[in-house]
Design a protein around this ligand. Structure first.
Ligand SMILES: Nc1ncnc2c1ncn2[C@@H]1O[C@H](COP(=O)(O)OP(=O)(O)OP(=O)(O)O)[C@@H](O)[C@H]1O
Ligand SMILES: [Mg+2]
Length: 375
């Protein structure tokens, strides 16, 4: 669950980078997609498509409220998965091919987020943004399967992520600690997802990166979630969101909070905070720790620069089971990402390169001697 700025979770003051590109078309018939699924073709077809290594022209389904009620057993408590700043999330079942609701146990599972009434902006903008971002497909982004927009009811249907959020795995009591190798993989997956968004022709700024928005599948592969919602956060009214800064305290870049100026470097800062959470097992913001240790960045920064001090911030639940070399490299990367001047932060491609190199060198050292000698 997100924590709000001041006493509330979402903070601040920025324009949607997509605002100018998401006007809904008046033509509802042209350029329909070849998908056999029921889609909101009118919106999808006229929105700009993303050129990328991923499939460029996918679309999302427009669900009716009745369909989603049926998929979730009327949003019953047995289907409840959790709650965030935007509303409650439910587990639902739909047919893999037709996407029609099915009975539990048949078809595929989806996660359905039911937005609180006050959590969405103007209907057209909301719908356009959802369909626009619904075109994005990447293995490190949670897939947006569809949406429902009926009168005041706004829902989002996502691919279901079996292991839930990274936040739960890092901080919830009673959960088995995430191993070091897994943490490095998760960091790399997140970097891959962000790097994909930043490299698109129409660059997308994620804007609300935090461990609760990193979801894990059954194999602990990490994917970014909420990338469709975060850029236009809840406004509490239906006015245009251009004066709204969306982010979460503890993760949002200082210049973004101060000025509302949004750039890809804001995402890099938040990524640095997530790296610190992975290293330390501490929350970005923990009011129970007292003023000197409340903010993870402030507490950890002095230790990041000195190789010999790194162990002082490492998660004790790792019980020392981590590579010192990798921990130092990641601490140093985090420090660069957290630079107070956004210009001095690395790009996401550079970050990804560092993490992949790290993995590569580890993979090599893990190769058995015979494999080396054959090369
Ligand atoms: N696609 C999904 N698959 C499985 N569980 C999900 C999915 N999306 C969300 N959840 C679960 O639902 C809960 C609420 O998620 P939600 O995104 O609404 O809140 P949040 O990320 O904690 O905060 P915020 O509203 O700021 O994003 C989380 O605990 C998460 O584990
Ligand atoms: Mg979320």
């Amino acid at each position: 669950m997100g924590n709000l700025c001041g006493s509330s979770a979402k903070c601040a003051n920025a324009s949607s980078p997509l605002a100018s590109k998401t006007s809904l078309p008046s033509n509802t018939t042209s350029n329909s997609t070849s998908s056999s699924k029921t889609t909101h073709k009118s919106s999808v077809s006229s929105l700009p498509s993303f050129k990328s290594e991923a499939s460029p022209a996918v679309s999302v389904k427009s669900f009716s409220l009745i369909e989603l009620k049926s998929a979730t057993k009327n949003f019953g408590s047995n289907s409840y998965l959790g709650e965030g700043g935007f509303g409650c999330v439910y587990k639902g079942w739909i047919d893999e091919n037709t996407l029609a609701p099915t009975r539990p146990g048949a078809g595929i599972v989806v996660a359905i987020k039911k937005l609180k009434r006050e959590s969405f902006q103007g209907h057209k903008e909301w719908l356009a943004e959802v369909t626009y971002l619904g075109q994005l497909r990447h293995e490190n982004l949670v897939k947006l399967v569809g949406y429902c927009s009926e009168a005041d009811n706004k829902l989002l249907v996502y691919e279901y992520m079996q292991r839930g959020s990274l936040e739960n795995h890092l901080f919830r009591r009673g959960v088995q600690p995430v191993s070091w190798a897994m943490r490095v993989n998760i960091a790399t997956d997140v970097a891959r997802g962000l790097s994909f968004l930043h490299r698109l022709d129409t660059q997308v700024i994620f804007r609300d990166l935090k461990s609760s928005n990193v979801l894990l599948d059954s194999d602990f592969r990490a994917k970014l979630s909420d990338f469709g919602l975060a850029r236009n956060g809840p406004t509490g009214d239906k006015s245009h969101v251009s004066t709204r800064v969306v982010g979460t305290r503890g993760y949002a870049a200082p210049e973004y909070i101060a000025t509302g100026h949004l750039s890809v470097k804001s995402d890099i800062y938040s990524f640095g905070v997530v790296l610190l959470e992975l290293l330390s097992g501490r929350r970005a913001l923990d009011e129970d720790r007292g003023s000197t240790e409340e903010t993870l960045v402030d507490w950890a920064k002095p230790y990041l620069n000195e190789r010999r001090k790194i162990f002082r911030i490492m998660d004790t639940r790792l019980e020392g089971q981590y590579s010192k070399r990798e921990a130092q490299a990641i601490a140093s990367l985090a420090l660069q990402c957290l630079h107070s001047d956004p210009k001095n932060r690395p790009s996401m491609s550079e970050v990804l390169q560092v993490l992949e190199d790290l993995k590569q060198s580890k993979d090599t050292t893990l190769l058995p001697p015979r494999a080396h000698s054959r090369e």
